[in-house]
Ligand binder design. Sequence first.
Ligand code: CA
Length: 229
Amino acid sequence: MRILIVEDELDLQEAIADGLRIEGYAVDTCDNGEAAYALLYEVNYDLVVLDLNLPKLDGLEVLAEIRDEKPELKVLILSARSSVSDKVRGLDVGANDYLAKPFDFAELEARIRNLLRRRFVQESSMLSYGVIKVDLSKRIAVVNENAISLTKKEFALFEYFLLNKDRVVSQEELIEHIWDQNADSFSGAIRVHIATLRKKLKAILNYDPIGTKIGEGYFLSDKEGDANA
Ligand code: CA
Protein backbone atom coordinates (compact mmCIF):
# COMPACT_ATOMS: atom_id res chain seq x y z
CA MET A 1 0.00 0.00 0.00
CA ARG A 2 1.37 3.38 -0.97
CA ILE A 3 0.98 6.45 1.19
CA LEU A 4 1.74 10.14 0.61
CA ILE A 5 2.61 12.24 3.65
CA VAL A 6 2.09 15.97 3.21
CA GLU A 7 3.65 17.74 6.18
CA ASP A 8 5.86 20.82 6.34
CA GLU A 9 7.30 20.10 9.78
CA LEU A 10 10.16 18.04 8.48
CA ASP A 11 11.02 16.26 11.74
CA LEU A 12 7.45 15.09 12.03
CA GLN A 13 7.25 14.20 8.34
CA GLU A 14 10.37 12.07 8.65
CA ALA A 15 9.22 10.38 11.86
CA ILE A 16 5.88 9.41 10.32
CA ALA A 17 7.51 8.22 7.10
CA ASP A 18 10.10 6.12 8.94
CA GLY A 19 7.46 4.60 11.20
CA LEU A 20 5.21 3.67 8.29
CA ARG A 21 8.08 2.23 6.27
CA ILE A 22 8.93 -0.01 9.21
CA GLU A 23 5.33 -1.22 9.04
CA GLY A 24 5.90 -2.15 5.40
CA TYR A 25 4.18 0.71 3.59
CA ALA A 26 5.63 2.42 0.53
CA VAL A 27 5.86 6.07 1.57
CA ASP A 28 6.39 9.28 -0.39
CA THR A 29 6.65 12.69 1.22
CA CYS A 30 6.28 16.34 0.33
CA ASP A 31 6.16 19.56 2.32
CA ASN A 32 3.73 21.90 0.57
CA GLY A 33 0.28 21.91 -0.96
CA GLU A 34 1.33 22.51 -4.54
CA ALA A 35 3.72 19.57 -4.58
CA ALA A 36 1.02 17.43 -2.98
CA TYR A 37 -1.46 18.44 -5.64
CA ALA A 38 0.99 17.54 -8.41
CA LEU A 39 1.90 14.16 -6.87
CA LEU A 40 -1.73 13.26 -6.30
CA TYR A 41 -2.39 13.61 -9.98
CA GLU A 42 0.70 11.67 -10.93
CA VAL A 43 0.45 8.68 -8.59
CA ASN A 44 -2.51 6.56 -7.52
CA TYR A 45 -1.94 6.59 -3.78
CA ASP A 46 -3.93 4.36 -1.47
CA LEU A 47 -3.95 6.96 1.29
CA VAL A 48 -2.81 10.51 2.02
CA VAL A 49 -1.83 11.87 5.41
CA LEU A 50 -2.53 15.55 4.99
CA ASP A 51 -1.50 18.44 7.22
CA LEU A 52 -3.81 21.46 6.99
CA ASN A 53 -1.46 24.40 7.57
CA LEU A 54 0.78 24.10 4.55
CA PRO A 55 2.81 26.53 2.47
CA LYS A 56 1.61 27.45 -1.04
CA LEU A 57 -1.73 25.65 -0.96
CA ASP A 58 -3.69 24.88 2.18
CA GLY A 59 -4.46 21.25 3.01
CA LEU A 60 -8.22 21.76 2.77
CA GLU A 61 -7.80 23.35 -0.65
CA VAL A 62 -5.69 20.42 -1.82
CA LEU A 63 -8.37 18.05 -0.60
CA ALA A 64 -11.22 20.03 -2.16
CA GLU A 65 -9.37 20.15 -5.49
CA ILE A 66 -8.78 16.43 -5.71
CA ARG A 67 -11.91 15.07 -4.09
CA ASP A 68 -14.05 14.97 -7.22
CA GLU A 69 -11.36 13.25 -9.24
CA LYS A 70 -10.33 10.66 -6.67
CA PRO A 71 -13.35 9.38 -4.78
CA GLU A 72 -11.53 6.22 -3.69
CA LEU A 73 -8.53 7.99 -2.22
CA LYS A 74 -8.40 7.75 1.58
CA VAL A 75 -7.47 10.99 3.27
CA LEU A 76 -6.47 11.34 6.90
CA ILE A 77 -6.10 14.92 8.05
CA LEU A 78 -3.42 15.62 10.57
CA SER A 79 -3.62 18.99 12.11
CA ALA A 80 -2.92 21.24 15.04
CA ARG A 81 -6.27 22.88 14.34
CA SER A 82 -8.12 20.68 16.74
CA SER A 83 -11.31 22.64 17.21
CA VAL A 84 -14.55 20.89 16.47
CA SER A 85 -15.37 23.25 13.58
CA ASP A 86 -12.08 22.49 11.83
CA LYS A 87 -12.72 18.81 12.20
CA VAL A 88 -16.23 19.14 10.80
CA ARG A 89 -14.96 21.25 7.92
CA GLY A 90 -12.28 18.70 7.08
CA LEU A 91 -14.76 15.86 7.08
CA ASP A 92 -17.20 17.95 5.04
CA VAL A 93 -14.60 18.52 2.38
CA GLY A 94 -14.19 14.78 2.14
CA ALA A 95 -11.53 13.63 4.59
CA ASN A 96 -12.04 10.08 5.80
CA ASP A 97 -10.54 10.68 9.21
CA TYR A 98 -9.03 13.42 11.32
CA LEU A 99 -6.30 13.24 13.93
CA ALA A 100 -5.27 16.25 16.02
CA LYS A 101 -1.63 16.95 16.85
CA PRO A 102 0.01 15.90 19.04
CA PHE A 103 -0.84 12.24 18.55
CA ASP A 104 0.59 8.82 19.25
CA PHE A 105 2.17 7.12 16.29
CA ALA A 106 0.41 3.89 17.25
CA GLU A 107 -2.94 5.64 16.94
CA LEU A 108 -2.04 7.09 13.54
CA GLU A 109 -0.94 3.69 12.32
CA ALA A 110 -4.10 2.01 13.58
CA ARG A 111 -6.29 4.60 11.86
CA ILE A 112 -4.36 4.25 8.61
CA ARG A 113 -4.69 0.49 8.74
CA ASN A 114 -8.38 0.80 9.43
CA LEU A 115 -8.97 3.19 6.51
CA LEU A 116 -7.01 1.08 4.07
CA ARG A 117 -8.76 -2.15 4.95
CA ARG A 118 -12.24 -0.70 5.37
CA ARG A 119 -13.28 -1.11 1.77
CA PHE A 120 -12.09 -4.71 1.76
CA VAL A 121 -12.57 -6.08 5.25
CA GLN A 122 -15.51 -5.11 7.38
CA GLU A 123 -14.75 -6.34 10.87
CA SER A 124 -11.67 -8.40 11.02
CA SER A 125 -8.13 -7.86 9.94
CA MET A 126 -7.74 -11.60 9.41
CA LEU A 127 -7.85 -13.06 5.93
CA SER A 128 -7.27 -16.62 4.92
CA TYR A 129 -5.94 -18.11 1.77
CA GLY A 130 -6.11 -21.89 1.59
CA VAL A 131 -4.32 -23.15 4.67
CA ILE A 132 -2.63 -19.77 5.16
CA LYS A 133 -4.05 -17.31 7.69
CA VAL A 134 -3.04 -13.73 7.16
CA ASP A 135 -3.16 -11.18 9.96
CA LEU A 136 -3.12 -7.77 8.30
CA SER A 137 -2.75 -5.87 11.56
CA LYS A 138 0.25 -7.86 12.74
CA ARG A 139 1.44 -8.26 9.15
CA ILE A 140 2.11 -11.97 9.45
CA ALA A 141 1.08 -15.05 7.53
CA VAL A 142 0.65 -18.26 9.48
CA VAL A 143 0.13 -21.92 8.66
CA ASN A 144 -0.84 -24.21 11.54
CA GLU A 145 0.43 -21.66 14.07
CA ASN A 146 3.78 -21.44 12.31
CA ALA A 147 4.63 -18.04 10.85
CA ILE A 148 5.75 -18.06 7.23
CA SER A 149 8.85 -15.98 6.92
CA LEU A 150 7.98 -13.35 4.33
CA THR A 151 10.03 -10.21 3.69
CA LYS A 152 8.20 -6.86 3.87
CA LYS A 153 7.94 -6.67 0.10
CA GLU A 154 6.73 -10.26 -0.16
CA PHE A 155 4.10 -9.62 2.49
CA ALA A 156 3.04 -6.38 0.78
CA LEU A 157 2.66 -8.24 -2.53
CA PHE A 158 0.73 -11.11 -0.95
CA GLU A 159 -1.56 -8.68 0.86
CA TYR A 160 -2.18 -6.73 -2.34
CA PHE A 161 -3.01 -9.92 -4.22
CA LEU A 162 -5.36 -11.05 -1.45
CA LEU A 163 -7.19 -7.72 -1.35
CA ASN A 164 -7.57 -7.78 -5.14
CA LYS A 165 -8.03 -11.48 -5.60
CA ASP A 166 -10.80 -11.34 -8.16
CA ARG A 167 -8.81 -9.61 -10.85
CA VAL A 168 -5.55 -9.47 -12.72
CA VAL A 169 -3.10 -6.94 -11.30
CA SER A 170 -0.62 -5.38 -13.69
CA GLN A 171 3.05 -4.94 -12.99
CA GLU A 172 2.62 -1.15 -13.25
CA GLU A 173 -0.07 -1.25 -10.59
CA LEU A 174 2.16 -3.25 -8.26
CA ILE A 175 5.00 -0.78 -8.78
CA GLU A 176 2.67 2.09 -8.05
CA HIS A 177 1.17 0.65 -4.87
CA ILE A 178 4.03 -1.27 -3.34
CA TRP A 179 7.15 0.68 -4.22
CA ASP A 180 7.75 4.32 -3.34
CA GLN A 181 9.36 7.04 -5.45
CA ASN A 182 12.82 6.42 -3.98
CA ALA A 183 12.79 2.69 -4.44
CA ASP A 184 14.37 0.61 -7.10
CA SER A 185 11.21 0.01 -9.05
CA PHE A 186 12.64 -1.67 -12.11
CA SER A 187 10.36 -4.40 -13.26
CA GLY A 188 13.16 -6.89 -12.72
CA ALA A 189 13.01 -6.18 -8.99
CA ILE A 190 9.30 -6.95 -8.93
CA ARG A 191 9.83 -10.20 -10.72
CA VAL A 192 12.45 -11.19 -8.16
CA HIS A 193 10.11 -10.50 -5.23
CA ILE A 194 7.23 -12.30 -6.92
CA ALA A 195 9.46 -15.26 -7.65
CA THR A 196 10.55 -15.58 -4.02
CA LEU A 197 6.99 -15.11 -2.74
CA ARG A 198 5.74 -17.70 -5.22
CA LYS A 199 8.40 -20.17 -4.12
CA LYS A 200 7.51 -19.79 -0.42
CA LEU A 201 3.75 -20.10 -1.03
CA LYS A 202 4.17 -23.00 -3.40
CA ALA A 203 6.18 -24.90 -0.80
CA ILE A 204 3.23 -24.69 1.62
CA LEU A 205 0.29 -24.97 -0.78
CA ASN A 206 1.84 -27.56 -3.07
CA TYR A 207 0.78 -25.59 -6.14
CA ASP A 208 1.69 -22.26 -7.69
CA PRO A 209 -0.84 -19.70 -6.41
CA ILE A 210 0.35 -16.79 -8.51
CA GLY A 211 -0.90 -16.94 -12.06
CA THR A 212 0.49 -14.90 -14.92
CA LYS A 213 -1.53 -13.49 -17.79
CA ILE A 214 0.88 -12.62 -20.55
CA GLY A 215 0.85 -8.92 -21.28
CA GLU A 216 -1.63 -8.22 -18.46
CA GLY A 217 -0.19 -9.13 -15.11
CA TYR A 218 -0.59 -11.42 -12.15
CA PHE A 219 -3.52 -12.93 -10.32
CA LEU A 220 -4.04 -15.08 -7.27
CA SER A 221 -5.40 -18.44 -8.21
CA ASP A 222 -6.94 -20.75 -5.67
CA LYS A 223 -6.46 -23.98 -7.45
CA GLU A 224 -3.91 -25.88 -9.37
CA GLY A 225 -4.13 -25.47 -13.12
CA ASP A 226 -5.41 -21.89 -12.97
CA ALA A 227 -1.94 -20.57 -12.82
CA ASN A 228 -1.27 -20.73 -16.53
CA ALA A 229 -4.62 -19.42 -17.72
CA1 CA B 1 1.93 22.57 9.02
